[in-house]
Design a protein around this ligand. Structure first.
Ligand code: ARG
Length: 462
């Protein structure tokens, strides 16, 4: 079968190797539903400008819907001889409607068709990923209620730093995924612009109604410049970047939970359904899902790299290189979607090993900063207070005791004016309660933020 684009100018058929090398139907078949929608909208527009009669446009639409169903059910086989999904659909239409089918491509080119289909596909993908991100946010939010007043150590440089409410920690992830959702929402605006009607590169002398097609396909506007939009894959790259940020966030989260689930940390009990065993060591319960969420970020990052290199240095406007945008983006969307779905389930079902965490909250001098700020509040300059508390920590370390185990005399040795009230800021609970600043782990502040997110996430708005 010769492709409809292999027109009268050719004397020879395409070489078989070339057919195989250049086909894209093996991956752009995912655009099928959007290609059908785009063609129906185009046919209706062709009717509105008098190129097709109403009956012809309806005939085309109903035949296209049948073709879609047959391809989905695989009763109509796709052929690489027809290069891509667009040609396969068009050829099927011509086979059934003859000359009427041959009219559909009036005033459009595959260049704008591919881009429009892709924009619709990406728009859908963004909506789907947004829903997955929402589910992950909700999973963390449910943890905020479950772990409400529980205190955990927060780390900097992977060293024990300050005590925080577990809910404060979970809220941090809600914020990260919130930014991911906002990034996608912003990117969606640039995706949701109709390229159909730019034709091959210069537009068309057929008096098409681009606004009408855009409205029918749910686009917010029509691309202004036909040359620009024919060359534009910014929306693919931007989406790939937004997906990469999600993968980065997931990977960092997974890494932390892998560490937290080790015997050394023993902070978490992962749900067994999300772990796997070892073929040789009978005792092993491995966090493979988390490891793969971390590992799969590599391909998402790689896909972004592929796309950046792909588009670098392409002269205006359409170049066949651009066909390669699909496998990379499709893979990133699929990968991130899977990772997010698994993450949501694991976040909900993992348990904090409270006893283990609590037992060790007394080690690591998590309350040292709180003591320093106590001194500052009493008028000691920060640098001096820092030094004084440092020497108290050293003293406690040498004796292998907690700060609150030091005697009042020892406290007085760094600041003679200290009295028993110093003990009110020691220990992780007192330390947490001493926080007051906006965005801090102060219990009232955390409560306020949990309330904020509960309201905000009661609907799926981002
Ligand atoms: N299969 C191609 C793609 O996905 C369509 C090619 C359109 N234009 C062309 N002149 N070959 O990008």
């Amino acid at each position: 079968m010769e492709s409809p684009s292999h027109g009268g100018v050719f004397n020879k058929p395409t070489d078989k190797l070339v057919v195989k090398f250049t086909e894209s139907v093996s991956f752009d078949r995912h655009l099928l539903a959007h290609d059908i929608d785009g063609s129906i909208a185009h046919a209706e527009m062709l009717h509105s400008i008098g190129v097709l009669t109403q009956e012809e446009s309806e005939q085309i639409a109903s035949e296209l819907l049948k073709i879609r169903q047959e391809i989905e059910e695989e009763t109509l086989k796709l052929s690489i001889d027809l290069e891509d999904i667009h040609m396969n659909v068009e050829q099927a239409l011509i086979d059934r409607l003859g000359d009427l089918g041959r009219k559909l491509h009036t005033g459009r080119s595959r260049n704008d068709q591919v881009s429009t289909d892709m924009r619709m596909w990406v728009r859908n993908a963004i909506d789907h990923i947004d829903k997955c991100l929402y589910d992950v946010q909700r999973a963390f939010l449910s943890r905020c209620t479950k772990d409400a007043d529980f205190i955990i150590p927060a780390y900097t440089h992977m060293q024990r730093a300050q005590p925080v409410l577990a809910a404060h920690y979970w809220l941090a992830f809600i914020e990260k995924f919130h930014r991911d959702r906002r990034r996608l929402a912003s990117c969606r605006k640039r995706v949701n612009i109709c390229s159909l009607g730019s034709a091959a590169v210069a537009g068309t002398s057929i008096p098409i109604d681009r606004e009408m097609v855009a409205a029918k396909l749910g686009f917010e506007s029509v691309a202004r410049n036909s040359v620009d939009v024919s060359s534009d894959r910014d929306f693919v790259l931007e989406t790939a970047f937004a997906l990469t940020m999600i993968a980065e966030h997931l990977s960092a989260w997974a890494e932390e939970w892998i560490i937290w689930s080790t015997a050394e940390f023993n902070f978490l009990k992962l749900p067994e359904e999300f772990c796997t065993g070892s073929s040789i060591m009978p005792q092993k319960i491995n966090p493979d899902v988390l490891e793969l969420i971390r590992g799969k970020s590599a391909r998402v990052i790689g896909n972004l790299q592929t796309l950046l290199v792909l588009m670098k240095g392409l002269p205006l406007a359409y170049n066949r290189d651009m066909q390669e945008d699909k496998p990379a983006l499709f893979d990133s969307v699929r990968t991130v979607k899977d990772c997010l779905s698994l993450a949501a389930l694991m976040i909900e079902q993992t348990e904090l090993r409270r006893e283990q965490i609590q037992k060790r909250l007394d080690t690591g001098y998590l309350d040292a900063t709180s003591l320093m700020e106590f001194l500052i509040r009493r008028g000691t300059p920060q640098r001096q207070a820092h030094h004084a508390v440092g020497s108290l920590v050293r003293r406690a370390m040498d004796q292998q005791v907690r700060l609150e185990d030091l005697t009042l005399e020892e406290f007085k040795s760094v600041d003679a004016s200290l009295d028993y009230t110093v003990y009110n800021v020691l220990g992780v609970k007192n330390a947490v309660e001493a926080f007051v600043s906006y965005g801090s782990t102060a219990p009232a502040e955390v409560q306020r933020q949990v309330k904020f997110w509960k309201e905000r996430l009661s609907s799926s708005q981002s």
